[in-house]
Design a protein around this ligand. Sequence first.
Ligand SMILES: [Zn+2]
Ligand SMILES: [Zn+2]
Length: 206
Amino acid sequence: MEIIRIPAGIYAANCYLVYDEDTKEGIVIDPGGDADDIINKIEELGLDIKYIVLTHGHGDHIAGVEDLKKYTNAKVAIHKDDAPMVRNGEKNLSSRMAMGTVEIEPDILLDEDDVIEFGKLSGKVIHTPGHTPGGISLKIEDSLFTGDTLFAGSIGRTDFEGSSYDSIINSIKTKLIVFPDETRVYPGHGPSTSIKMEKRNNPFLR
Ligand SMILES: [Zn+2]
Ligand SMILES: [Zn+2]
């Protein structure tokens, strides 16, 4: 498995290209803008993108979806509970962000334990609500893509409509921190970390 991080869009949300080096099949997680940069990388690596997976519906994670979908023909997947958000520029906050209104019709509505397959890899959907109702983390081999749920040394904001502090803490404690210490964590903003580091150092998990 290869993982490439491209901070994209005006809020520098982490966009990840994850692919199988043998078949060159891959997915794009959270293209938050700068679709040209992401497309250039896909072209350079000769990747066949099967899915665009959204960890949640916020504007800063979805602004590059439309252009990327046009180029790759990939199916757009999001948890069913964030579908109303991704379809509505007010709900996904893009109408109040500098990039302007973004509204997307997803192709696939995800649920807990769904599996996204590409090449010889598979990503398991873990519903981790709290930052948004339909936030997911995606587990691929020993890596965990956590969107705006878990960051290095921090957690996602819960001051939005539909957010819940109790839910995000519960999601992290019962569904993420339970993975082995060596599990790599790739958040929606900022540097990567590990389950071990977050267990030891994340002040929200004490
Ligand atoms: Zn967010
Ligand atoms: Zn974000």
